[in-house]
Design a protein around this ligand. Structure first.
Ligand code: N01
Length: 540
């Protein structure tokens, strides 16, 4: 067994941050501004988090670039010029790398360092963070900036070990890219990653076979080069633009319709659906005010999108198979470029595995519905063990030897999605119970980072050693998150929001719906001397 070594340069750290995505980078910047010694430990070889790993063909953001960007620095906002309406993965990576240079963060980021454990030492009020490279780094604060969609979901397909071709997961794509020219390719899954990559894989591959368990709603992204006049107009008053975004339930402005579906005539309904269709992408969420709470409104929109699928796919039977019968938006809606049209190509086939799943992986292909499909390469676009996966994979131990994994065995329990009782000075950025994946992630991340930085500054100011959520506050928050979700249609399908995509994962709705209400709650907590938390002084 390798001996654990303590790094003497690092044991005087104030904070360890796990992960160098947008959350970790901004957290490091804020801690440095407070004069704290902080260090990021990052498993990957570069910054960018989810954008570092998800390099599959077509990977791009589904929130407009002008909104999916940091707002903490007006200078950064002004100097960065976005190239496309929806930035592709390389542009987002370039942005993250620019931020590292711009704010001089590189010296405090340690790459290729996967954290394996974090244990709280109660006597010292310190977190001892262990890495797979056998370092132990001690710090007063431990911040998990590990991301919501960073732990790949790898289903255990029978016979997987027998496959002799190349196997790729969209969430761990080779950095050098993959050339599928002339190959027979299988894609398993039809979520956002599949929907973005399938049109591009189909252009290269000799044959593409897509294995679909559940049809998914997707609307055209209508991506295009960034409109420079629009960019200039936003930059003229970026503050107002951001304020407006933060006032929306999903923390970016979809120009939401304030009227419910029933407040429209049938002609107006159709016109509004068409208008949204033309806007492209997730603006479709804004079609009617009651889209995610009213079944009738939802049915109207779902049927409209199905009618478009029938227009986009030439073969009516195929169109039917590709048409979801679930609630619109209860899985994250996808934004595509020519996804459905791709099934009109002669080299693309769809296999419906809704009833039986994949039977087995063969040495040279995939067996489904008793039929063998010979392929040279398999792409699993099977998503992520969302929100809790990356935390579960680390041995996190709090007070009294309490293991986070055991505490969360029936589902995650947090106070504000930021902290969990029994784990003092331990923060989770965009954790379960916070708006995170239901919002513009960067805006949610910034709000969390600022909450944590303010909280740490407050502890320093009051000369307090630690802060820990109370169980009562946590229970109340968990109940509230469930109540809010219960008022919507979001519980109505097998989504990763509910953990339903990972066999054996407890079925709990993890994110919190309503960014402005959430921000208000956080502000109230902070203004009331961090109500719902216990603090301890250094001698306690
Ligand atoms: O993953 P998913 P994803 N056998 O979980 C199927 C974000 N994202 O990587 O629906 C066969 O959505 C599964 O089937 P089912 C975005 O938030 C953003 O595509 O569970 N199939 C589903 O079809 C997104 O929501 C962008 O029945 C299996 C697919 O695999 C989130 O990441 C781009 C299976 C998984 O879909 C996740 O997206 C990409 C099995 N055993 C991703 N297990 C942007 O645009 C799973 N599946 C920013």
């Amino acid at each position: 067994m390798q001996q654990k070594k303590s790094n003497p340069d690092l044991n005087a750290l104030d904070a360890v941050i796990v992960g160098a995505g947008f959350a970790g980078l901004y957290m490091l910047h804020r801690f440095k501004q407070l004069g704290l010694r902080a260090r990021i430990l990052e498993a990957g070889g570069g910054v960018g988090g989810t954008w570092y790993w998800n390099r599959y063909p077509g990977a791009r953001c589904d929130i407009p670039s002008l909104q999916y960007s940091y707002q903490f620095s007006p200078d950064l906002e002004q100097e960065w010029e976005w190239q496309e309406r929806y930035a592709a993965q390389p542009e987002i990576m370039a942005y993250a790398e620019h931020v590292v240079k711009r704010f001089e963060l590189a010296a405090d980021i340690q790459f290729n360092t996967r954290v394996s454990a974090a244990h709280f030492d109660e006597a010292q009020h310190l977190w001892n963070v262990s890495t797979e490279t056998s370092e132990v780094i001690s710090a007063r604060f431990c911040v998990m900036a590990t991301g919501c969609l960073s732990s790949a979901n790898d289903p255990e397909f029978a016979g997987r070990e027998n496959f002799t071709g190349n196997w790729y997961h969209t969430g761990r794509w080779p950095h050098e890219g993959v050339d599928f020219t002339g190959q027979r390719v299988a894609v398993i899954g039809t979520g956002s990653s599949a929907i973005q990559s399938i049109p591009l894989i189909a252009e290269q591959a000799a044959e593409l076979t897509v294995f679909q368990r559940t049809a998914n709603f997707s609307v055209p992204a209508h991506n295009r080069p960034q409109n420079l006049q629009e960019q200039a107009a936003v930059k003229k008053d970026y503050r107002a633009f951001r304020e407006n975004g933060r006032a929306q339930p999903i923390a970016w402005d979809t120009a939401g319709n304030e009227r419910t579906a029933e407040e429209h005539t049938p002609e107006e309904i159709l016109a509004e659906c068409e208008r949204r269709w033309d806007m492209g992408g997730l603006y479709f969420y804004g079609t009617f005010a009651d889209l995610l709470v009213g079944k009738e409104a939802n049915d109207i929109v779902a049927e409209f999108v199905r009618s478009k699928i029938r227009e986009r796919v030439e073969d009516p039977a195929l169109a039917e198979l590709l048409s979801p019968d679930t609630i619109f938006g209860c899985k994250r809606v996808c934004a595509d470029t020519d996804y459905f049209e791709t099934y009109n190509r002669p080299n693309v086939a769809l296999v419906d595995i809704a009833k039986t799943g994949i039977d087995q992986i063969l040495a040279d292909g995939v067996r489904a519905n008793g039929q063998d499909y010979t392929v040279d390469a398999i792409v699993t676009a099977t998503g992520f063990d969302a929100m809790t996966g990356s935390l579960d994979r680390i041995d996190i131990t709090g007070k009294g030897g309490l293991k986070l994994k055991e505490k969360w065995h029936a589902g995650p329990r947090t106070y504000l999605g930021l902290t969990t009782a029994g784990f003092p000075n331990f923060f989770i950025i965009s954790g379960p119970g916070s708006p995170s994946v239901l919002t513009n992630m960067i805006t949610s991340i910034e709000q969390h980072v600022e909450f944590i930085a303010d909280c740490v500054a407050w502890l320093q100011d009051k000369n307090l050693a630690s802060i820990d959520a109370s169980l009562e506050a946590e229970d109340e928050w968990v109940n509230h998150v469930n109540e809010v979700a219960g008022e919507t249609l979001l519980l109505g399908c097998n989504s990763w929001y509910l953990g339903a995509n990972v066999p054996g994962k407890p079925r709990v709705f993890m994110p919190y719906l309503g960014f402005p209400e959430y921000v208000e709650k956080c502000e109230t907590v902070a203004n009331n001397a961090y109500e719902g938390f216990h603090t301890a002084s250094a001698t306690a």
